[in-house]
Design a binder for this molecule. Structure first.
Ligand code: AMP
Length: 308
């Protein structure tokens, strides 16, 4: 396994590999790897010749008051996990490597200010999906998805992957990336893989490390809410307002948890669903103090029954 830090070095390495007829699978991450990331790596390992894992805590997708500085980082820990999972190349660029500002003679003179201040532009180029990026997560985290689509497009340009792997846990992100790929005619296939959970149902996330012992116990509420929604839909309840009310009642009993949103949406368009008839996605964002966790479940209602 190789670790490459400079974008141009990776691009030329990939060119050579592609000339040899190799296919490239790509798993973008912000690091601090867990079994959710590993499931994406393993799928890429099965389906492609060369597996590239990027580890980059992308400043442009964090708001000024978010956890950019605090986000857990540990490249040597991640390297050991990546190697074991079958990664061929780790791409671990620096912020100035991905967002350089150069003077007229192309000399690097600093890092774009927008990167440090969390999404405030100083005139850099962004790519932005304009329909789905301002709802749900986007309504609470302005400019978040603009940062995501910008970095993912940059990574696609550096790596030119045949297949790119994303997790269902960040469903809205996956839908937006798929839309960007379609709208901009990008030449990579997007695969979205199921959410990997802890034994008690909590979705694996690098942010789980922020939880105190009590918050960690309480955090199982996300999965419990999803299971309850599934049960209600399976028992024939179709009114999303009623389902939401029952979920709110459940969460009101959890003293450490606060709701950012509980939403029922059509999975691909992310439009609100009032009466559940076919496929629906339940999307949750719940806060434990300053720690914000998201989760979701797709439920398909069929002839009085539903399937997850
Ligand atoms: P992150 O490092 O959190 O930006 O996540 C990198 C990729 O891993 C994204 O495509 C996530 O959706 C995916 N991912 C994160 N958590 C999980 C999980 N618990 N199960 C499956 N995929 C995940």
């Amino acid at each position: 396994m190789k670790t490459i830090k400079e974008p141009h070095k990776l691009t030329s390495k990939i060119k050579t590999l592609k000339k040899q007829g190799k296919t490239v699978g790509f798993v973008p991450t912000m690091g601090y790897l867990h079994s959710g990331h590993v499931s994406l790596i393993k799928k890429a390992r099965k389906e492609t010749d060369i597996v590239v894992l990027s580890i980059f805590v992308n400043p442009t997708q964090f708001g000024p008051k978010e956890d950019y500085k605090k986000y857990p980082r540990n490249l040597s820990r991640d390297s050991a996990i990546a190697k074991k999972a079958g990664v061929d190349i780790i791409f671990a660029p620096s912020v100035k490597g991905m967002y350089p500002v150069r003077n007229k003679s192309r000399r690097y003179v600093g890092t774009a200010r927008h990167c440090i201040s969390g999404g405030i532009s100083n005139g850099a180029t962004y790519v932005e999906e304009t329909k789905l990026s301002s709802i749900l997560e986007g309504a609470i985290r302005p400019n978040h998805f603009r940062g995501v689509t910008t970095i993912v497009l940059k990574l696609f340009n550096v790596i030119r992957p045949d297949i790119s792997y994303f997790g269902q846990k960040d469903w809205q992100q996956a839908v937006i990336i798929k839309k960007m790929v379609e709208d901009l005619n990008l030449d990579t296939k997007i695969k979205v893989l199921p959410t990997v959970r802890e034994k008690d149902g909590l979705a694996q996330s690098s942010r789980n490390t922020y939880l105190t012992k009590d918050q960690r116990k309480s955090a199982t509420i996300l999965y419990r809410l999803l299971i309850e929604a599934k049960r209600l839909i399976e028992s024939g309840l179709t009114n999303s307002k009623e389902i939401k009310k029952r979920m709110q009642e459940m969460i009101n009993k959890e003293k450490l948890a606060g709701i950012d949103y509980i939403e029922m949406r059509e999975p691909e368009t992310l439009q609100p669903v009032t009466k559940i008839s076919g496929k629906v996605i339940i999307l949750l964002a719940i806060k434990f103090g300053k720690v914000r966790l998201i989760d979701n479940m797709i439920i398909r209602k069929r002839r009085g029954k539903s399937r997850c």
